[in-house]
Design a protein around this ligand. Structure first.
Ligand code: BG6
Ligand code: MG
Length: 216
C-alpha cells in the first residue's frame, strides 16, 4: 500500500528545469561547447558538479578542479537570478491541488531534490508548508542516480521504501527511485523515462485515486 509520495522539484513542481538549461547553455556558449536540449537530459537530476563534468565531456574539454568550481559557481549565479524573479504562479497547474488531495487521504508528502537551491525555490512558491519532509542537495553525499536522497526522505517520513512512490522528470531520478525499491511515476516522455512504473506528460495528469494502481 502506498503511504508516501515523494516529489522531485525541478521539472516536477515547477519548470526550473528550463532555468537550469538556460544557465548551462549560457556557460556552454561561453566555452564554445555545442549543447542541445538532448544533451541537457543527462544533466537533469544530477548534482551541480556532476552536471559540470557532463557538460565538459559533451564538449571534449578538460579543466582544473579550480576552474570547474569557478564556472559552476558562475552558472549558479545565473540560475539564482532566474529564481529571484520567479513568481508563485509558476507552480505547475494542479500540483498544489494534487498534494492537498493526497494529504486528505492520509498520504505523507516528501520533497527530494538534488538542488542546493531547493529551499529557496520552495519559498518563492510559498509551498514549503505542504511538505512533511524536505531533503535537498545539501544533505546527501551521493546525487541521483544513487538512491541516497530518496532513502533519506523515506526514513525521515518514517515510511518503508516499498510504500513510497516517487515523481520524477529525470532519467537519473527514475533510476534512483527504482534503486531505492520505490515505485516511480515519470513526468515527461516514455522514450526518456520508460523504466518508470508509469509515465505521464505533466504532474497534474496524476490523480490521488491512481495510487491504488501502483500498489503491489
Ligand atoms: C536538480 C536539477 O534538481 O538539481 C539539476 O535537475 C541540477 O539540473 C541539480 O543540476 C543541482 O542543482 P543546484 O541548484 O544545486 O545547482
Ligand atoms: Mg527534476
Amino acid at each position: 500500500l502506498i503511504k508516501a509520495c515523494i516529489f522531485d522539484l525541478d521539472g516536477v513542481i515547477v519548470d526550473t528545469a528550463h532555468y537550469h538549461f538556460l544557465a548551462w547553455k549560457r556557460l556552454a556558449d561561453e566555452l564554445g561547447i555545442a549543447f542541445t536540449p538532448e544533451d541537457n537530459e543527462r544533466l537533469k537530476g544530477v548534482s551541480r558538479m556532476a552536471s559540470m563534468d557532463i557538460l565538459l565531456e559533451v564538449g571534449g574539454v578538460t579543466l582544473s578542479d579550480h576552474d570547474k568550481e569557478r564556472l559552476a559557481n558562475k552558472k549558479n549565479t545565473w540560475f539564482v537570478d532566474y529564481v529571484e524573479r520567479m513568481v508563485p504562479e509558476e507552480i505547475f497547474p494542479g500540483v498544489k491541488q494534487l498534494i492537498e488531495k493526497l494529504k486528505e487521504k492520509g498520504i505523507k508528502i516528501g520533497l527530494a531534490s538534488s538542488s542546493k537551491n531547493a529551499k529557496t525555490v520552495l519559498q518563492r512558491l510559498y509551498v514549503e508548508p505542504l511538505f512533511d519532509v524536505v531533503v535537498d542537495g545539501t544533505m546527501v553525499k551521493n546525487s541521483k542516480p544513487d538512491p541516497e536522497i530518496f532513502l533519506l526522505a523515506a526514513s525521515r517520513l518514517g515510511i518503508a521504501p516499498a510504500d513510497c512512490v516517487v515523481f520524477e522528470d529525470a532519467e537519473a531520478g527514475v533510476e534512483a527511485a527504482l534503486a531505492a525499491g520505490m515505485k516511480c511515476v515519470g513526468i515527461g516522455s516514455r522514450d526518456q523515462l520508460g523504466k518508470a512504473d508509469r509515465v505521464i506528460r505533466t504532474t497534474s495528469d496524476f490523480q490521488a485515486a491512481d495510487l491504488a494502481t501502483l500498489a503491489h
